[in-house]
Design a binder for this molecule. Structure first.
Ligand SMILES: Nc1nc2c(ncn2[C@@H]2O[C@H](COP(=O)(O)OP(=O)(O)OP(=O)(O)O)[C@@H](O)[C@H]2O)c(=O)[nH]1
Ligand SMILES: [Mg+2]
Length: 209
């Protein structure tokens, strides 16, 4: 079998609170994590297009839910980050409602939850993780910015972050700078997409109903 590859990635639409979502198209993988953890960078790195999602050195860059269509067949979704301390309370509430509304509508097939490889998970991360478990959404933990640690420390730090979250101690060390972990995460996407195909593209996500 030919290896799965991301051959095409296109921006579809941005959705804010009260906005209209694009029609669901098969698999939908949502990327979640705190502000500045590297969600948009990871999407760009996976798609090998550094102009696709906007990134910024200051947290709070992504404020809307951005849908990207990959290979003309499924969605990869960039979410606004949580835990952005400087955001005014009303903004934070809006982001919370936007994310919660989207994640609980039953269209997400899989979540990539990102953690910074250098830091212990925050209370917000733990809350996000409890939410994922509560709704039973399949997930993959990714420890970002792995280039910031020496090679010998990376896998231990990634697994420790997962364990502190209360998950099985396994997270994929990933760097958008060096592409460490990229091939593995693309293989994971291939498996998610082909599993869904085997189940039937239109099979309802029974986990979320
Ligand atoms: N060294 C290093 N820097 C990274 C990596 N990934 C992201 N960054 C940097 O981290 C900062 C934040 O990246 P973004 O991709 O915008 O983060 P985000 O999670 O989308 O942030 P919000 O949209 O604010 O929620 C930028 O300065 C990136 O260049 C990485 O793997 N290694
Ligand atoms: Mg972003």
């Amino acid at each position: 079998m030919e290896d799965f590859a991301i051959k095409k990635a296109e921006f579809v639409t941005s959705v804010g609170l009260g906005g209209a979502y694009p029609q669901k198209e098969g698999v939908e993988i949502a990327v979640v994590g705190k502000s500045n953890v590297g969600k948009s960078s990871l999407i760009n790195s996976l798609c090998n297009n550094f102009k696709l999602a906007r990134i910024s050195a200051s947290p709070g860059k992504t404020r809307l839910i951005n849908f990207f269509r990959l290979n003309g067949a499924f969605y990869l979704v960039d979410l606004p980050g949580y835990g952005f301390a400087k955001a005014p309370k009303t903004e934070k509430e809006k982001w919370g409602q936007l994310m919660e509304g989207y994640l609980s509508m039953g269209r997400v097939s899989h979540i990539f939850m990102l953690l910074d490889i250098r830091h212990a998970p925050t209370e917000d991360d733990k809350q996000m993780f409890r939410w994922i478990i509560y709704y039973g959404v399949p997930f993959t933990l990714v420890a970002t910015k792995s280039d910031k640690l020496s090679r010998s420390k990376r896998q231990n730090a990634a697994n420790a972050a997962a364990k502190l979250l209360g998950a099985p101690p396994a997270a994929l060390a990933y760097s958008s700078e060096t592409a460490e972990g990229r091939d593995e995460l693309i293989r994971r996407i291939g498996a998610i997409v082909s599993d869904a195909g085997a189940l039937g593209q239109d099979a309802p996500n029974t986990l979320l109903t």
